[in-house]
Design a protein around this ligand. Structure first.
Ligand code: ADP
Ligand code: X15
Length: 401
């Protein structure tokens, strides 16, 4: 498929692309799982005696989270257990001097790739390979390693350009993410395959169903997307109330597709049988979908009866994939659906993949152990692209001969 670190010649000068893009609060970069995961690749390379130069991005120009990578170097140092040096330059003389001064086993992080004008515009790999950024840096290296699966849907210079100029390899995170997230499309499972789909975007759910409908036995729905399917099934839910803009625009844009999916794949699609809301005393209330007769309240989670219906399906599955939360799990009162299905998955020995930036956060928030899942993705946009069969530019250049 692609070359990995196992194929790398010893003691090389390696240029490694990571995805350390992180939440930034009041200018402070927040530690998160991306550091922990990439640290394994970086440590392995340093331990093997390579000279390790790292590239990554943070935010986009104009955004509050568009900051230097200086803090990222400190956080990464803690995770790798070795010093990660930092240079406030992307490919100028200062960066080149720092790169050339490295000894075997040393690690250097370059400045935010998006501070370089040639990084961002989405262009073909050949155009990116021809930029001054790539042409200046590449001659200082023997190999390019892309570990940034979660940014691989972007055709940016640091993600696609170097692979055309240098022998290219997948890092450990790239390898693991690619295999797990593609497995639903590429692997044959003996038993039942179940997909839990929720979240806020109906198009994600629709595209996943269209792409994987023949691979998945049961889709278990929830979240905003699930409510739109309930609306298509004739229930009085999935409408915007005052001040909301979750539903009506999505309904206009996707109504026919959702109705057609229910028509064609109704047997595969399980909808919530009850929903949860905030009652007059700010507590969680629940109501059976069949008893909802007026459009007068917002629903923030699937109900307990729904979880009781979904759990046995998960327990009987050979493989379970998750995309999107079943409710507003960030509020403990409305975490029952999301946490219920995740706990059921963690208690079985099925093969499982949990993805989507927000959904996988629920695992940590509610004290579940990542080790009880087959794979917890650190990707958001790239994960949904993998599930919907869309190409990832950064993966495609790694797989070219
Ligand atoms: N009924 C709901 N009302 C409001 N928000 C919801 C509801 N159901 C799900 N959500 C929100 O959906 C978000 C996840 O949506 P999405 O971005 O599609 O998935 P992911 O980030 O996992 O890819 C969660 O943060 C959750 O709070
Ligand atoms: O965090 C990322 O993607 P994600 O928000 O889909 O997880 C990647 O670093 C890509 O960043 P971008 O969406 O600013 O290009």
């Amino acid at each position: 498929m692609f070359n990995t670190l196992d194929d790398l010649t010893p003691e090389q000068r390696v240029l490694v692309r990571l995805d350390l893009n992180s939440p930034v609060e009041d200018g402070e970069v927040q530690d998160n799982r991306r550091f922990d995961r990439h640290a394994e690749t970086v440590r392995e390379l340093a331990d093997a005696g390579h000279r390790v130069v790292l590239m990554a991005h943070q935010g986009r120009p104009g955004g509050d989270d568009f900051v230097s990578l200086e803090q990222h170097a400190d956080i990464l140092t803690d995770h790798v257990g070795r010093d990660v040096q930092f240079v406030a330059d992307t490919y100028g003389e200062v960066a080149i001097d720092a790169i050339e001064s490295l000894s075997a086993g040393e690690i250097l992080l370059l400045e935010n790739t998006r501070m370089c004008d040639e990084e961002l515009p989405e262009e073909d790999p050949e155009v990116k390979a021809d930029t001054e950024f790539v042409q200046t840096l590449a001659p200082h290296f023997d190999a390019y390693i892309n570990d940034a699966y979660s940014a691989a849907h972007r055709s940016h210079a640091s993600l696609v350009g170097f692979a055309l100029e240098l022998p290219a390899y997948a890092g450990r995170v790239m390898e693991t993410e690619y295999e797990a997230n593609s497995s639903i499309a590429t692997r044959e499972f003996d038993g039942q395959v179940t997909m839990v789909v929720g979240g806020t975007k109906a198009t994600d759910v629709i595209n996943v169903m269209n792409n994987l409908g023949d691979k998945v036995d049961q889709f278990l729905l929830g979240g905003i997307a699930g409510e739109l399917f309930l609306r298509a099934a004739g229930h009085e839910v999935g409408f915007d109330l005052d001040g909301m803009d979750f539903f009506d625009d999505q309904w206009e844009a996707n109504r026919e597709t959702i109705e057609a999916l229910l028509d064609e794949r109704g047997d595969q699609i399980k909808l919530a049988v009850d929903l949860a809301y905030e009652d007059d005393t700010d507590e969680r209330g629940e109501i059976a979908v069949a008893n909802i007769t007026t459009k007068d309240r917002a629903y923030l989670d699937v109900g307990t009866m729904t979880v009781d219906e979904y759990e046995p399906i998960i327990r009987d599955s050979e493989a379970v994939f998750v995309k999107g939360a079943l409710g507003l799990f960030e509020d403990e009162r409305f975490a029952t659906g999301t946490v219920g299905v995740l706990e059921a998955i963690s208690e079985t020995d099925c093969f499982s993949v949990v993805g989507g930036g927000d959904t996988s956060r629920a695992i940590e928030m509610y004290g579940m152990d990542e080790a009880d899942f087959g794979h917890v993705s650190i990707a958001g946009g790239a994960y949904i692209r993998a599930l919907t069969g869309a190409p990832l530019a950064g993966v495609e250049v790694l797989t070219q001969d």
